[in-house]
Design a protein around this ligand. Structure first.
Ligand code: ADP
Length: 197
């Protein structure tokens, strides 16, 4: 975490950010809201992949079955997707990543992509939500890939593959945690407070 950069009146904020949190933590909604406020694009790998599936691209055809089963797309494929996206113009001033990285190798890859660009991640914010709330929210959301079995699989994959990133980024002094079991507005306010501190 960078040191405080000017107190309450400061309009500076972190610009290269990863949002971390389990499926159903509200990352996607929050990323879209924060992006507008921070002036950086929200980059959701889940949304990028869903678009590819909908458009029937080669990538979409490769990942459709994996996504429907609640499993993770392989790290090499994701590295290609994210490398290309972060090379686009709108991401040069910063980004809010939602859904990437999701594994320790992906976290390493992200570090390498950014190092290549001569920049660094500025912050990682974990949106914390109790597991029982996640299942309830996921069932309410009812997206096509949200059957109870797939939800369980995605939560298990999160616990096994993604939760280790919490310690990884904490060890690097980048982790902030906020309580995600509140109204969306409260969560947005808490995120903005952290990103502007
Ligand atoms: P949620 O926010 O509900 O967890 P996402 O919309 O982020 O889900 O992602 C949907 C699906 O897309 C994931 O379950 C996974 O199959 C695939 N996916 C998205 N991002 C990644 C990633 N970084 N690595 C591997 N698979 C991914």
């Amino acid at each position: 975490m960078a040191a405080s950069r000017g107190g309450a009146a400061s309009v500076q904020a972190m610009k290269r950010i990863v949002l971390l949190g389990p499926p159903g933590s509200g990352k996607g909604t929050q990323a879209a809201r924060l992006a507008a406020d921070l002036g950086v694009p929200a980059i959701s790998t889940g949304e990028m992949l869903r678009s590819a599936v909908a458009a029937g691209t080669p990538l979409g055809r490769t990942v459709a079955g994996i996504m429907n089963a609640g499993r993770l797309v392989d790290d090499a494929t994701m590295a290609d997707v994210v490398t290309a996206r972060l090379a686009e113009n709108d991401a040069q001033g910063g980004f809010l990543l939602d859904g990437y990285p999701r594994t320790l190798p992906q976290a390493e890859t992200l570090g390498e992509i950014l190092a290549e660009q001569g920049v660094e991640l500025e912050g990682v914010v974990l949106i914390d939500v109790p597991p029982e709330v996640l299942v309830e929210r996921a069932l309410l959301r009812q997206r096509a890939d949200d059957t109870a079995e797939v939800i369980r699989e995605r939560l298990a994959v999160y616990a096994r593959e993604t939760a280790p990133l919490i310690g990884y980024y904490r060890d690097r002094g980048l982790l902030e945690e906020i309580d995600g079991h509140r109204t969306m507005d409260e969560v947005t306010a808490a995120l903005l407070a952290v990103l502007r501190s």
